[in-house]
Design a protein around this ligand. Structure first.
Ligand code: FUL
Length: 482
């Protein structure tokens, strides 16, 4: 009798799947994002602010010999920047604390080429402080750009300059609150003022800056910070300044294969690589105007709301984050044209991508991991990014049918992978139900954190997503339809 009970208990346990192999959560597919990188993915869109003496000289790259007297914004209001950005959907501000011309927007004690010697607030102003405080006030994160190339500094090219650069990082990371992202610019054009030498200084980009030492120093002050550069280590450049992430966009890449000047490097940065050894997602930096700095002659060339929306689709909609530059004008304000464009852009986002027609819709999946509810297809319409639909381990192609409440006109389909366990999907297709049969509306390669597909406008009550190939069991956390 005892043996019978034991047999019964064991059989029940096995049949509940609780103990069945298939019901266990999927193993990660490495590399996976760190906790900070995961939070970063969720930010999606934030702003760059390029502001320095260039704003007053009408240049893009200051030579380094500009007089500090020219820096004189008459109505600078960082609250106007932060308020506009908050209202238009941005999550953070990254400020050029120092651009290539070497002028510091904060009163650095290590240089005279600084806001402290400008007419702005009679030398008592601190644009870094004003910006970080305004960001905080509007619930935006704050990031810093500090140009490694410095055309003003006499020591540039010698070890003394590295000490100077690190001293400035100490000032910035100790006095201005939490920094979510540190932006290291790779540009170096050679010639400059260099303390009056007016010469060209070439450095060896691979060795001169001793980046490992600098990153360690910064991480000691603020361990949460994410470093952006052409090649990471936390966030990579996307390989162009046009607002285009790769149509295939892997968050993974092998840093050893990246070095400046390597043929095809920009293409590699654009797509990442399927078998990359590190999680280094791409960030799309692009300006709302032709230049990075404000020029009155570009007032009519501000990107239109439709252009910004397209950029949103080719950046956030391809699984990257968008870093959109909005340069303040000589008053120290976002120009009216830029503000108007941002506001209309936000309206387009709200009109086109905020009413999810698939919310709580019924889902029929071709395969569900261990037939377990935990991994069921309905996790993709439950509006919870922490749940996901998963297939059995050996199943890398599967489909999910989404039944809408009624027939709706649809234009966009948005897909998301549960990337905490790695990026997996290699190719997929989206079908719409029409005239009693499935019609393929789009195909794609990677999904990643987010993929937004614009389809030909269609009236339908059913959508089907087919995962065609994946590195391992696909984990889909969200599908929304607009
Ligand atoms: C480049 C710089 O040279 C531009 O001036 C701008 O700051 C852009 C974001 O990065 O490398």
């Amino acid at each position: 009798m005892k043996r019978f009970y034991l047999f019964l208990i064991v059989s029940v346990l096995f049949s509940t799947q609780l103990f069945s192999q298939k019901a266990l959560p999927p193993q990660p597919v490495y590399p996976v994002p760190t906790k900070q990188q995961l939070q970063w993915h969720k930010m999606e869109m934030y702003a760059f602010i390029h502001f320095t003496t260039n704003t007053f000289t009408d240049k893009e790259w200051g030579y380094g010999d500009e007089s500090t007297d020219i820096f004189n914004p008459t109505e600078l209001d960082a609250n106007q920047w932060a308020k506009t950005l908050k209202e238009t959907g941005f999550k953070a501000i990254i400020l050029t604390a120092k651009h290539h011309d070497g002028f510091t927007l904060w009163p650095s004690k290590y240089t005279a080429h600084s806001v402290k010697n400008s007419p702005y607030k009679n030398g008592k102003g601190d644009v870094v402080k004003e910006t970080s405080e305004a960001a905080g006030k509007y619930g935006l994160k704050f990031g810093i750009y500090l140009s490694p190339w410095d055309r003003n500094h006499a020591d540039y090219g010698t070890p003394a300059y590295i000490t100077y650069y690190r001293n400035q990082l100490k000032e910035l990371f100790i006095n201005y609150g939490t920094v979510f992202e540190m932006w290291f610019d790779g540009a170096n054009g050679g010639d400059g003022y260099y303390g009056g030498k007016r010469t060209s200084v070439k450095i060896n980009g691979a060795t001169y800056y001793d980046w490992p030492g600098t990153l360690e120093l910064v991480r000691k002050m603020q361990p949460q910070v994410l470093f952006f550069s052409d090649a990471g280590p936390d966030i990579r450049w996307v390989g162009n300044e046009k607002g285009l992430a790769g149509i295939t966009n892997w968050n993974t890449i092998t840093p050893d294969t990246l070095y400046a000047g390597k043929p095809g490097i920009n293409d590699l940065l654009n797509t990442g690589s399927i078998n990359g050894s590190k999680w280094i997602p791409a960030e799309v930096d692009v300006s709302i105007r032709p230049g990075w700095f404000y020029h009155a002659k570009e007032d009519k060339k501000v990107k239109t709301p439709e252009q910004l929306f397209d950029i949103y689709l080719t950046s956030v909609g391809r699984g990257s984050n968008l870093l959109l530059n909005i340069p303040p004008d000589r008053r120290g304000l976002f120009h009216e044209n830029d503000v108007a464009s941002l506001k209309e852009f936000k309206k387009l986002l709200d009109e086109r991508l905020s009413h999810n027609l698939a919310l709580k819709a019924k889902v029929k999946a071709s395969n569900t991991r261990g037939n377990n509810k935990l991994f069921s297809g309905k996790n993709i319409t439950d509006n919870n990014k922490n749940t996901y639909w998963a297939t059995d381990d050996n199943v890398v192609s599967a489909s999910a049918e989404i039944e809408l409440k009624k027939r709706f006109p649809i234009n966009y389909v948005l897909l998301q992978e549960y990337i905490a366990l790695g990026q997996r999907v290699k190719s997929f297709a989206v079908d719409v139900w029409q005239n009693n049969q499935w019609k393929e509306a789009a195909t794609g390669t990677t999904i990643g954190y987010k993929r937004i597909i614009k389809i030909e406008p269609t009236v339908t009550n059913k959508i089907r997503v087919r995962i065609l190939d994946a590195k391992a069991s696909p984990l889909i956390s969200n599908i929304t339809v607009y």
